[in-house]
Structure formats: C-alpha cells, structure tokens
Design a protein around this ligand. Structure first.
Ligand code: PLP
Length: 442
C-alpha cells in the first residue's frame, strides 16, 4: 500500500474536515512547503495560490521562523497572560502592533485565531456600552456574505445562512445588511452601491433604535464573500453614520491585515478609523495559531473596569506565538512585502487581461495580492456562474491551487513573496481552464 493510500484511509477513518462530505474519497496530503510551493506525500509539487487560507504572507518553510520558535521554546515555552502575569514577547508584540496599526488602536488582547478574536470583539463592544451605562446597546450589525468565523459570536455575525443551519440559535441581536458589491448592480435598485447601503444602514438604525445598537462588524474587503472590494466612499460614509449614532465600528481584518491587500491594514487603505480591529492569519503568516483584538484606550479602560476584562483564553499572549509573530513582522518589513503585494497584484491583473472578454468572465479585480475573477453565466446581466469544479480541474491539470469564494468567484491569495515566473504559471493555468468553461459551469 502506498504512503498516500495508507494516510488517506486513516484520514477518512479518523478526521473531520470543514466543508468536506465524509464520503469524499480523495485527499491532497501535504508533507512539505517552501516559498510558494507545497509537496504532497507522493512527491507531487503544487503552486499554492491560496497562501494556505489567505495567510502565508512570507511563504512556506522559512528557516528564520523555525529558529525563532526553537529559541523561544527553549527559553520560555509558555506563560499565562491572566491576572498580573505577562511575558517579554507578548509585551514586545503588543507594542509593535500599536506602532503599525491605525492611529489610536494602542491596546491589544491576544487570542488564538480569527473566530476567537471576533467573539472577543463582540463581547468587548457590548461590555463597553454596559460599562458606560448603556447596557441595552446589544445589537450587532453585520452583512450578508460576511465571514467572521464559525464560533458562536462571530459565527452568528457570519452572513451565510447555510453555515448556521441545524445548530440552533446563535447569539441574540444580530442583523445582516446588504454587502457593497459594485459588480452586482441589480442589488441596488438603480442607486449607487454606497448610497443604497447607507440608506439601508440609516433605516436599520432608525428601526432597531440607535440606543440599542452596540457595533457594526465588517471586513474592509470581504474575502470568503468573494473578494468584495467596496467603493472608496463606502467605509468613510459608514463610519460617519455609526459615529453619529454612538455605534462602534469593528473591522474584521483577519484576511486584510499585514499586506494582503497592499497595506498594513485595510483601515489605512480605505481611510477609516475603527474602534476595534480584529486580526489573525497574516500576523504569524500561519506559522502558529495567533489572533489579536486591537482597541482604543477609551474602550480598554471601560471594559477592564471593576473586576477586569472578562474574556480569557489559555493561550492568550503565548510567548512562542508572539516570538514567531515578531519574526514574521520583521520579515514583512525588511523584505518590503506590503509594497510588493501591490506590485505583484498589478502584475496579475495585467496578465489576466487576456481572459477578460471570455463569456464566463464578468470582472477581474484585485486589492494587493487578493485577486478575484468573478465568473458569470451571463455576461450582460452578470448572473453568477453555477457551482463548478474549476479549482479541481486547475489543480489536476497543472498543480496550481486556487479556490472558489462564494461559489462563483475564483480567488487567488498567494504568498506575498511570489515571483513573476510563478505568477505566469498561475495565470496560464487559470486562463487555459477558463477558456474552456461552458455557460453551465462544466
Ligand atoms: N474573519 C475573517 C474575515 C476570516 O476570513 C476568517 C477565516 O477565514 C475568520 C474571521 C475566522 O478565522 P479562524 O478560522 O482563524 O477562526
């Protein structure tokens, strides 16, 4: 029996995979990574155009990261951040994040990932109002097609009904608004995307009552929702309405921070000041699980009043995770990878122009190295192409790994270290398959 077959059988027998029906036979079983490449157990090489799950900013298999981890593990492998206990690496990372993040977000709470961070952020927003004498401010505004993880708080804010079916009630008081998808013009009743979304936001606030709303949560650019790039005026206008009504803005930057969209934070790119900023993924380039919730001093002061912050995770401020994140940030800065994301994003965009007139290609867009090809069944109306197997065909034919977001948006989010020749290979692999796609997605 081959190594692949042995592992495949054990995997089928003992492991559950997110979004994979149990009866699915095939697995792609990775054993090694370097730069933008991954290798499976049979020795086949792949080009990782998803950057893991939108996170491998500095590329796979970097020895500096292994050294940082080994050094920290042999010095201090764990320390709690409950009560008065702290550690030098967590402190250094908190201070570094305060210098990199948008002005005013000076205080951080560490978590182990995006879902935990969103749960902490929602609690933080509600706590803030409760401590300030407005405990009835509990509603959270989110958006359809948003992805804020699959835990209970962020999972309720996630805007895909299918992901919530059968698990009973989520957290209370969450309302979903229309997302800003300029390409899908039919959503907006003839108005501009931003005008429609702002009118809906204002009407919703009037209906629920501003005095009952704690926060709005949103990704600056929706990732899982289909690389949704909002019009430039969307976030500043949303923030203005929220501020006027005393509602906090939580930006979920789990995907967008640390260079993915060509800026350190989406807040910088879209010229908006959040009260709370959630991040994970690119903070450690995936070398270790880590998340962070950044907030203003004013919010931190309020939520830590009395008995202190009532949110806690065993691994908050984990010294190894924080040492790895510090090394990751050093590499991002030293190799100027945030700037590189813009250069290479444009390179992709130029290279993909050859397929822009195909009947199935509705729009090609990118923000930094978040690249999207919106696939349509009808180019005139922009109606989405039905569910399809395009990523499987691309992987089988060329070893290039891409994925579909929201069923009809082909997304690439490669490591920011990607070279031009690797980009050429991906462009060729994707284009040659899309050139053969029929209107029914087959
Ligand atoms: N928020 C956003 C915007 C995400 O894209 C994700 C994951 O993809 C999450 C939150 C959840 O993060 P995690 O899977 O680390 O819990």
């Amino acid at each position: 029996m081959s190594d692949y077959e042995r592992l495949r059988q054990l995997d089928s027998k003992h492991m559950i995979h997110t979004f994979l029906p149990l009866e699915t036979r095939d697995r792609t079983i990775f054993v090694k990574g370097k730069g933008c490449n991954l290798w499976d157990v049979a020795g086949r090489e792949y080009l990782d155009m998803t950057g893991g799950l939108w996170l491998a900013q500095i590329g796979h298999g970097r020895p500096e990261m292994a050294e940082a981890a080994a050094k920290q593990m042999s010095t201090l492998e764990y320390a709690t951040a409950f009560w008065e206990f702290s550690n030098d690496k967590a402190i250094a990372l908190a201070a570094k994040l305060a210098t990199l993040s948008p002005t005013g977000l000076d205080v951080v709470y560490f978590t182990s990932g995006g879902s935990e961070s969103n749960d902490a952020a929602i609690k933080t927003a509600r706590l803030f109002h409760a401590h300030r004498g407005e405990p009835e401010r509990t509603w959270i505004l989110s958006r359809n097609d948003a992805y804020h993880g699959l835990a209970y708080g962020g999972g309720t804010a996630t805007g895909f009904d299918g992901l919530k079916a059968g698990v009973g009630p989520g957290i209370g008081h969450v309302h979903h608004l229309t997302p800003p998808k300029p390409f899908q013009t039919w959503r907006y009743n003839g108005q501009s995307t931003t005008d429609f979304c702002i009118a809906e936001l204002e009407a919703t606030i009037a209906r629920i009552g501003s005095k009952n709303i704690a926060a709005m949560i949103g990704e600056p650019v929706m990732g899982v929702g289909g690389m949704v790039i909002p019009p430039d005026d969307y976030w500043p206008r949303v923030a203005q309405v929220l501020r006027k009504n005393g509602i906090l803005l939580i930006l979920d930057e789990v995907v967008t921070a640390f260079g993915r969209i060509g800026s350190w934070f989406g807040a910088d790119k879209y010229n908006v000041k959040p009260d709370i900023l959630v991040t994970a993924k690119g903070i450690s380039s995936g070398y270790i699980p880590l998340g962070a919730v950044l907030m203003t001093r004013e919010i931190a002061d309020a939520v830590c009043e009395g008995h202190g912050f009532p949110v806690g995770y065993t691994y908050s401020g984990h010294p190894v995770a924080c040492a790895i994140a510090l090394e990751n940030l050093r590499i991002l800065e030293e190799e100027r990878l945030v700037e590189r994301a813009n250069v290479m994003g444009q390179y992709f965009s130029d290279g993909l122009q050859r397929i822009k007139d195909l009947p199935s290609v509705g729009e090609i867009r990118h923000a930094g190295l978040g690249i999207a090809i919106e696939l349509v069944a009808d180019k005139k109306t922009g109606q989405p192409l039905p569910d399809n197997v395009i990523p499987d065909v691309i992987k089988r034919e060329s070893g290039v790994i891409v994925r579909m977001a929201n069923e009809n948006v082909l997304v690439m989010s490669p490591p920011l270290v990607i070279t031009e020749s690797e980009a050429d290979r991906a462009i060729e692999a994707v284009s040659s398959v899309l050139e053969r796609v029929r209107a029914d997605g087959s």
